[in-house]
Design a protein around this ligand. Structure first.
Ligand SMILES: C[S@@+](CC[C@H](N)C(=O)[O-])C[C@H]1O[C@@H](n2cnc3c(N)ncnc32)[C@H](O)[C@@H]1O
Length: 522
């Protein structure tokens, strides 16, 4: 049994052609014969390509064929969706660092986006629902977006009808007036009442309406209720469309560019959105971070799990709702997993996900609301494996420094945050953070501070910042880079997701050590 203690710390569809192979790992480049791929909505197995530096360009023509490409800022390239050119650069980068196993996994090339935040502008008669035109604040309508899960496009059309028929006013940025500012569409593709092959295409959409009032008691809330009911009546489970999972409201009146305000209200439908990735059921509240490409994220999680030793102790930094940490807690039967995340809204989703973990797990699991840059050492000490998944800008400088300098000499500061001395902590910000932590106690105690991280797993969505962080980490010879993999998280862009595995110590030292041991034995 898990015991919770809230306690201290912180459509246009011309045929598209693309290389496709059922083989899991192919030498690159793939065979030159192009064959038609199934329609984008069908379920496809991920491909993993083993890449070498300076691989010759692929003949692949995996084309986006999106009618909005010229105007919308969402996608930056139309061809070779299966292999953005940054992959060659990555292969070369890792090869120079001595990594020989770099692979690139591609899953869905179209209809991959299961989470979208769209601006709502224009007028009630002609609403614009989409992304900004590059370099402007002009919103481009993208009803036939090829990256969106088709149910997102269907929900957007329903919303458009609702706005028009109920005369909802889209937000006017210059005046600060209007009702509806943004909409977030998040798709769950996990419906166990359907055969596995039908689940993805039959996803349901959690719609979050960002309303331009302080709260639900404001005069325009009647319109909000009417819009939610319109969506539910025409898209909910009793409708012919049956595409809406739930409707939420977020209240935001700020004049800045921040999409969401602090106040969330569940309006209709199921409260919890469940998805299944990395072998576990995960709950994703609309206010928590969620990965946009569900399928690619699932592939990454399965790969990542192999690099976490069984029964190890793990720290998951930049954890969101703890999906990565909890997935390894279950698959690797970890002794302890602690998740650290700055957004307090992720806590509830973490707790719900924990509730669905196998009851047989006996490791300790915790989630802490904290800024990892504030006292990074306190989160690193005591765990054998550290997983970092920072935003696009990369790791906080203080965390890079801590990773570069961490040694047993740092043990003293750690003891001051030991739970036996909680009463002595007087700093109000630390005490506040402690109050928002969640501990799942178990028969196994977590490691003490006398453990230093031996494995660092870096997940990156920002290639440029990753290269900088990687060079900084390797500069002191405290870490060596052992494995690297790329994942096609954002087809149509030059962004890839990277999974890099570092081990503590430099290669030369290790060899010396092994030689030394052999000599002693002989
Ligand atoms: C790329 S997301 C990864 C989330 C999570 N690993 C997942 O896959 O669902 C980065 C996360 O880091 C959090 N974050 C950003 N800066 C942070 C900081 N200084 N300390 C802790 N968390 C931070 C964000 O709120 C966000 O949830």
């Amino acid at each position: 049994m898990h015991l919770y203690l809230l306690s201290s710390r912180v459509s246009f569809s011309p045929p598209v052609f693309c290389h496709a192979s059922s083989s899991a790992t192919l030498p690159f480049p793939a065979p030159a014969t192009a064959k038609p791929i199934p329609p984008p909505s069908s379920s496809r197995q991920p491909q993993s390509l083993k890449l070498e530096a300076a691989a010759p360009p692929s003949n692949s023509k995996c084309a986006l064929e999106c009618p909005h490409f010229q105007s919308c800022s969402g996608c930056t390239h139309e061809l070779d969706l299966d292999r953005p050119s940054v992959v060659d650069e990555a292969a070369e980068f890792f090869s120079k660092l001595g990594v020989s196993d770099f692979t690139f996994d591609s899953s869905r090339l179209w209809e991959w986006r299961c989470r979208a935040k769209l601006a709502v502008r224009g007028s009630s008669a002609t609403p614009l629902i989409g992304l900004y035109e590059e370099g402007t604040h002009n919103v481009v309508d993208i009803p036939h977006c090829k990256a969106h899960h088709p149910r997102i496009n269907a929900a957007v059309e329903l919303l458009r009808k609702g706005i028009t028929s109920l005369r909802i006013l889209p937000y006017d940025e210059d005046q600060g007036t209007g009702d509806l500012r943004y909409v977030q569409m998040a798709v769950t593709t996990h419906n166990t009442s359907l055969p596995v092959s039908d689940r993805y295409k039959n996803g349901k959409v959690q719609v979050s309406l960002v309303w331009n009032t302080r709260n639900e008691t404001s005069p325009s809330s009647e319109k909000l209720t009417a819009l939610a009911q319109f969506l539910w009546r025409n898209g909910g489970p009793r409708s012919n469309e049956n595409i809406i999972h739930s409707v939420w409201a977020n209240f935001q009146t700020s004049s800045n560019n921040i999409i969401f305000g602090n106040r969330w209200r569940h309006l209709l439908g199921e409260m919890d959105l469940w998805e299944h990735v990395g072998g576990i059921d995960v709950s994703l509240a609309p206010s928590s971070f969620g990965q946009a490409n569900t399928r690619a994220f699932d592939s990454l999680l399965w790969k990542l799990q192999k690099y976490v030793p069984r029964r190890s102790s793990v720290a998951d930094l930049y954890a969101g709702a703890g999906v990565i940490g909890l997935s390894v807690a279950a698959s690797r039967k970890c002794r302890s997993v602690k998740c650290i995340e700055v957004n307090k809204e992720s806590k509830l989703s973490f707790e719900k996900t924990v509730e669905r973990l196998p009851k047989s797990l006996d490791g300790s699991i915790s989630w802490h609301q904290a800024d990892t840059s504030a006292e990074p050492l306190s989160w690193l000490m005591g765990s054998e494996v550290v997983i970092v998944d920072p935003p696009r800008k990369g790791l906080d400088a203080s965390l890079v420094d801590a990773l570069k300098t961490i040694s047993f000499r740092n043990l003293k500061p750690m003891s001051s945050t030991d739970s036996s001395q909680v009463k002595e902590e007087k700093r109000p910000w630390v005490l506040r953070a402690r109050e928002s932590s969640v501990y799942v106690r178990s028969s196994t105690t977590s490691d003490g501070p006398l453990v230093l991280p031996q494995t660092l797993i870096y997940i990156s969505c920002g290639w440029e910042s990753f290269k900088e962080d990687c060079k900084a980490l390797l500069s002191t010879n405290k870490w060596r880079l052992e494995h690297a993999h790329g994942f096609n998280f954002f087809p149509g862009t030059q962004s890839i997701e990277v999974l890099a595995v570092f081990q503590r110590g430099k290669v030369a030292n290790l060899k010396k050590k092994k030689l030394g041991k052999k000599k002693k034995r002989s």
